[in-house]
Design a protein around this ligand. Structure first.
Ligand code: CTP
Ligand code: MG
Length: 238
């Protein structure tokens, strides 16, 4: 039985992408984004519990996609769980947390929208969580010069880029740490404000460190991002 679970949050509507369908079901090279996202998880070195959090009215569709992805990877579906998501991303993570198997002691939370994430990045996060006992998130150095700008458009200052990281998912945590931090956030009225898992865990006083991310783990948010993903896949398999 798996000791690692990956919660794939796929319950968002994809407002900024602007399709009629929820984002996880939008097609990229003839396959839904969720299907691509599951390639990253089924490609991991060790067998994991996969918890897919889907829009409440699309759970059956998401299950069909997961079953198809498992078959493609010749993986069993015994450790694939489907649950309905909530109003916010954090509500969706909560629904996923409720489905963890008792054997799980490391939890990864991953955005389905990061559909091209290499499996090796997921393996790397698991290994780093095990090695440190801390929260671990992938991040990339920020390459652009970042300015602080007033509402008027006036430049207030330049941010020191050397201490910035653009963080990605999967974000990994020891299960007990993540569960305790979520409970702490709810008790202290912090749950709404802490929109990312690492912020929530760090807010409760736990160490979280950044490891090297991967350019392919970018989040598909806008139509331009989807176009970029399409071009990347075209180049990989013309
Ligand atoms: N997500 C979720 N449940 C929500 C909101 C978001 O599971 N209530 C998931 C999305 O499906 C996505 C990830 O969280 O995989 C990151 O969110 P984002 O990229 O913002 O996706 P959406 O919320 O769907 O997009 P938008 O904000 O443009 O509506
Ligand atoms: Mg969103």
């Amino acid at each position: 039985t798996p000791t690692v679970a990956v919660i794939v949050v796929a319950a968002g509507s994809g407002t900024r992408l602007g399709h009629a369908e929820p984002k996880a079901f939008v097609l990229l090279h003839m396959r839904p984004l969720l299907d691509h996202a599951l390639d990253s998880i089924f490609g991991m070195k060790e067998p994991v519990q996969i918890i897919v959090v889907a829009p409440v009215d699309r759970v059956a569709d998401a299950r069909a996609i997961a079953v198809r992805a498992a078959a493609r990877h010749e993986a069993p579906t015994g450790f694939v769980t489907l649950v309905a998501g909530g109003r916010t991303r954090q509500d969706s993570v909560d629904q996923g947390m409720n489905a963890l198997l008792p054997s799980v002691d490391v939890v990864l939370v991953h955005d389905a929208a990061r559909a091209l994430t290499p499996a090796a990045l997921c393996d790397g996060v698991v290994a780093a969580v095990r090695a440190t006992g801390h929260g671990v998130i992938p991040g990339l150095p920020v390459v652009d010069t970042i300015k602080r700008v007033a509402e008027s458009g006036a430049i207030l200052g330049t941010v020191d880029r050397s201490e910035l990281s653009a963080v990605q998912t999967p974000q990994g945590f020891p299960r007990a740490m993540l569960e305790a931090a979520r409970a702490w956030a709810v008790q202290n009225g912090r749950f709404e404000a802490l929109t990312d898992d690492a912020a929530l865990v760090a807010d409760a006083g736990n160490p979280v460190s950044v490891i090297g991310g991967h350019p392919l783990a970018f989040k598909i948010t806008t139509p331009e991002d989807l176009e970029r993903a399409d071009l990347i896949l075209q180049a990989a398999a013309p």
